[in-house]
Ligand binder design. Sequence first.
Ligand code: HEM
Ligand SMILES: [Cu+2]
Length: 558
Amino acid sequence: MATAVFRPFDHQIAEPHEIPKRHYLNAGFSAKSWLFTVDHKRIAILYLITVTLFFLLGGLFAVFVRLELMTPAADLMQSETYNKMFTMHGIMMVFFFLIPAIPAILGNFLVPLMIGAKDLAFPRINLLSWYIYIIGGLFTFAAVLFGGVDTGWTFYTPYSSTYSNTNVILAAVGIFITGFSSILTGLNFIVTIHKMRAPGMTWFRMPLFIWAHYATSLIQVLGTPVVAITIVLVGLERLFHIGIFDPAVGGDPLLFQHLFWFYSHPAVYIMVLPAMGVMSELVTCFSRKKIFGYEFVAFSSLAIAVISFLVWGHHMFTTGQSIYAGMVFSFLSFLVAIPSAIKVFNWTATLYKGSVSYQAPMLYAIGFIGLFTIGGLTGMFLSTLAVDVHVHDTYFVVAHFHYIMVGGTIMAYLGGLHFWWPKITGRLYPEGWARFAALVVFVGFNLTFFPQFVLGYLGMPRRYHVYPEEFQVLNVMSSAGATILGVGYLIPLIYFIWSLKSGPHASANPWSATGLEWQTTSPPPTHNFDKTPEVTEEAYDYAKFAREHAKEEEAALV
Ligand code: HEM
Ligand SMILES: [Cu+2]
């Protein structure tokens, strides 16, 4: 008798009877049925398409930045143009890609499914959020069309409020509008998580993805209004010279940095917390083990959300703030490392002695752990007062935040997109190509951004397009890496489109994963569940599948 081996991914392809005839995707094909939909799943698809377009646009600007930096001289463009390139790259990536990517796409699709609800609490407001995002995006896009913006995505005053003669107001209005989209999505998630959980889904039975989105939503609701007001103030200052930021009329340019970073540091966690939520789902599923220290992972999300509001001054060590303020901000910044490290340790402990399989989503998850750790550790360097004075505004900072935002958020986003792709589309993606692309992304990423740590340490300032010749080798490495990385991002784009038409049909639960979203068809029906699910056990009971399998084997033997 062959011993019973449980191969978790044997049932990826759907049996004919498993393919749903009606589901949310074929519930209507007209433009109207999409543009006026209130189905959270369709809204997630609207976001998926538009966020991807903004990502491509942001990537296009990065191409020009990296092309210019191939040579020490200003051969491709003058400083004004270069300034616009990195500014528009930063604005597109931060406000229109990173912030909405995971919450608005994966969160929108999954939050109701994972808690066993029919939809979000306010479906119409959810649609409104998407329109607000698009309208904001169009304003900012118009700023680009009319000649661009050159202030850097941080809009530092007094340059942005007084001196720049580019389209600051148009871009700022776009970001202001988009902020409301973020606030409304956050509110919608908070109410949904409080009010719409299926029977038996207690707080401590919720998937960690939900905890992460809950914490993120708190930041979105509490933080975003601050940046919105700040941006309005910049606009007012530009138009009426009121003297808010311009010292010539009694304003304080540093006030801007305080307001800006009070939002924008927590905003980093609007990007990274949802990514951490994705990570928790991936790590348990692909090591077939319950997550290690569930409560710690859940509470560390809340701890990060709270502490993230207390550290903005670490962006201002060199602005002349008092040494005592600097010390306090330095100390508080170190504190954030604790809940972040708890998560990394708990994921690693989950992998330990698990039966790990290296499917594409897991490759992204492992990539995340490595890259986020490098990003986090270099963040500790930057939080150290004396080190920051040396590397402030150099490429070291650029490398650090790309490790966090690209190495962290995008790795988790891609991992999550692959993981839930069968649920979202009802189709499987090609596993071999996906693993290949994950490796290309990892290699390209490190070749792009690791040299930038060295460049920064050697003293290359950020936002300069002309540099001493001895920096060229590292810059060429970085540009070559960016090319590889770009190819790595394009491969999934191609096979995902292919899979929509030609991918094999996915079964309801292709990964043998726990979680309510896998208990409905792939793709789910418009109303999510035919029968309201009831939850009777804790999350991530991965032993369950092995048990059930053993039972089947036994039955077969009798
Ligand atoms: C192929 C990929 C990428 C390359 C080659 C690249 C390259 C660069 C470069 C050279 C800068 C300018 C740094 C400076 O002069 O200060 C920059 C800035 C920035 N990048 Fe990227 N980047 C890439 C992807 C991304 C992605 C995916 C994101 C976000 C999701 C991102 C976010 C940012 C931000 C926020 C800035 C700051 C802009 C500023 O300093 O005003 N980048 N990037
Ligand atoms: Cu910060």
